[in-house]
Write a protein that binds this ligand. Structure first.
Ligand SMILES: C[S@@+](CC[C@H](N)C(=O)[O-])C[C@H]1O[C@@H](n2cnc3c(N)ncnc32)[C@H](O)[C@@H]1O
Length: 336
């Protein structure tokens, strides 16, 4: 069982800078009604670039284990995560597809350079999309090399993350209580494979909700009848992604944690996000009159989160104004 440092406890309504594996040990036992977070997805983002696959799995397992003693009995842990759609597997047979349907295009290096001059920030994926070819073709024309190494390169498959999360939570003492699907905007731009294979684009994520044994108060009055019909009882949540990623690479929309918080907690209870990023969960907690504790290992994320929290906190007595401000924050900072 995790050892809690009760001499220097984390206090509510603060965002802390540091590694969750250290800071979670400083949260008081049985104090958190709900922990809701979205961890690194192992897809090569800046904040996870130093993690090997085993380190990444270890991070998730350790963080989930550290939650058991801090969540209240009857409380919840909600994990938002997606499957890894392009998981490199060395053991897969290296057999290239015979792509007979790709448009035959005559593309010269000069043509690419002309477009690149107009759009210096476009990477090879964007250029490939523009010309309707693969990023390999772009790289071959520009650099005369084959970035994938053709048939010698590792093949990719889907890696289902849910099993890993469920096993870690079960090992820690939690039980899978519910799972919902978040349908987001279809990420055509990120789906490098969809034009050269039979694979689908990336357009959904999961929400796994784990229960810590204990009495759970079920109060149907937390939601209106309309909210129950529209999302409270629904397994699929249709919530648009945030428009851009100007401030933080991988924000979720405030509506996602807001729904979880409203369903699973009472006003005044403490909501934790130990992968707080730009502060979205704290904003949702404030919107719903709950307390929050946030943790992130990146100093910049902590600064962004604190700034966003400051900008909405003055509207606690004016929910409509706060909603306008939250919309502004999503539109101006953007998310994904
Ligand atoms: C998927 S993002 C979360 C985004 C957040 N939900 C939002 O809406 O902005 C994951 C975050 O976890 C942070 N992170 C990664 N490893 C961490 C660790 N060991 N401890 C604390 N934070 C970590 C990253 O810096 C990143 O901000």
């Amino acid at each position: 069982m995790a050892v809690i440092n009760i001499f220097n406890p984390l206090i509510p309504n603060e965002i802390y800078h540091g590694d969750s594996r250290n800071l979670l040990k400083r949260i008081a036992h049985n104090s958190i009604a709900l922990s809701v977070w979205s961890p690194p997805y192992y897809v090569g983002k800046e904040y996870e670039k130093d993690l090997s696959f085993d380190n990444w799995k270890g991070l998730l397992i350790d963080v989930i284990a550290l939650h058991f003693s801090i969540i209240k009995s009857g409380g919840f842990l909600a994990v938002n995560i997606a499957d890894i759609l392009c998981f490199k597997d060395e053991s897969m047979p290296k057999i290239m597809a015979e792509n007979v349907s790709r448009r035959k295009i005559v593309l010269s290096k000069e043509k690419i350079l002309a477009v690149k001059e107009k759009h210096p920030d476009w990477n090879r994926y964007k250029l490939a999309e523009h010309f309707g070819c693969s990023e390999q073709t772009i790289d071959r024309r520009l650099n005369g090399n084959n970035i994938r190494g053709g048939k010698y390169q590792s093949q990719t498959r889907i890696f289902l993350v849910g099993g890993l999360i469920e096993a870690a939570a079960k090992e820690a003492g939690f039980y899978l209580y519910d799972r919902r699907i978040w349908v987001k905007d279809a990420a055509w731009e990120n789906s490098r494979w969809h034009t050269i294979s039979y694979r689908s684009v990336d357009e959904s994520e999961y929400l796994y909700i784990f229960w810590k044994p204990g009495i759970t108060k079920v109060d149907r009055a937390r939601l209106t009848k309309e909210e129950w019909v529209n999302w409270g009882s629904r397994g699929v949540w249709d919530i648009p992604s945030v428009r851009s990623n100007a401030d933080h690479d991988s924000k979720f929309p405030v509506e996602l944690p807001r729904r979880v918080i409203k369903l699973f907690t009472e006003p005044g209870e403490i909501v934790l996000d130990c992968f707080m990023g730009s502060g979205t969960t704290a904003l949702a907690a404030i919107r719903e009159g709950r307390k929050y504790i946030g943790i992130d290992k990146e100093k910049r994320s902590v600064e962004i989160a604190k700034k966003a929290i400051d900008s909405i906190s003055k509207y606690t007595k004016e929910p409509e104004q706060m909603d306008l401000m939250l919309r502004d924050l999503e539109a101006s900072y953007g998310t994904g």
